[in-house]
Write a protein that binds this ligand. Sequence first.
Ligand code: UDP
Length: 387
Amino acid sequence: MKEVVLLAGTRPEAVKIAPVALALADHPVLRPVIVRSGRDAGVVEQSLRSFGLAATVELDVPGRTGGPAGLPARLVAQFDRVLHRRDPAVVLVQGGTTTALAGALAAFWRGIPVAHLDAGLRAGDLAGPFPEEGTRQLIARIATLHLAPTDDAAAALLAEGMVDRRIVVTGNTVVDAVQRVAAADLPARHPDLALLERVLDERSERLVLVTVHRRESWGRPLDRVLHAVRAIVDRHPDVRVLLPVHPDPRLRAAARDALGGHERIVVTGPLDYSDFVRALRRAALVLTDSGGVQEEAPTFGVPVLVLRDTAERVAAVDAGCAWLVGTDPIRIVAEAGWVLGSRLRLPLGHNPFGDGRAASRVRGALERLVGLPGDFSTASLPLRIPC
Ligand code: UDP
């Protein structure tokens, strides 16, 4: 057997590698091994569990200790020990996190090919999103295989001089993930979500789902967003808000201070992925600064207002599935009013990020990367997704 190490340090990494791990689960030669760094250990485990998965290796690198240089240094050293012990055929990293960079560096220095999932996302400005934009570019320089989610991402990689035959357009595995979990249609686990669903049904009210967690939003931008959320609920008496908050205590405190006590606003901790997908599916509107949520929402035709000034997921904006509104409360309230007032719903089945078969394309590309003979037709399928 040849091992494929899949790294997850944060929740979106866990969600996006999960379909790949499942696609490799029955492989006759490639064995998926999930390694999680200690960063967001709780939410990573929570996300993996929603797919019936768990990490095989758990690194002991807690939270955000050690500052911007200390964390990657500790991660690289620990990954290196894992790679030395396991000698995998490939290391697959996702996105632009510190975990992904550390894993890619450790593998690169050991001469192990790096496969980069979600490669080629570019905002075009090293200053924002910081440090993801730079981290993604650094990983691209040392990756052997670029698994680009869209044609635009592949074009960005080509423009930076990456070799064409090393780029495979796969679609985004998050679409596989969201489709799979939605199809399972598990009942709500979190009691607050179960109660909220009952109330929404009984009163024929609508749900606005809000997530806001990015570092660049912390402080004043976050306060402005939360202020806007309260104003939206006050202006729309048939609307309830669900805000699952990231575990960071500063975010929790800000949410509690701004929204606590409002009878039509429910603030919870992070939801299980299956619960989150349930909420997303029935939402009338999503307000988010999350990249992953922007990629998931079009599967259910839910309009998204993106609480950022720039976005590297331009496909959603270009396709008319999402609108960049920034963090100005006046703008957020006005745009939300437009979506809610017009009862806007987007066409179903047109997710510009993927068709739900990305993981099988990734599997084919990995087979080819490690030199396995066989049918690689799935890896070479051209992917053109209309929206
Ligand atoms: N998510 C989740 N539970 C929650 C909130 C989000 O499972 O309470 C999922 C969401 O569906 C998406 C991912 O977490 O797949 C997004 O993670 P996050 O917003 O932390 O990161 P980003 O996408 O901005 O990198």
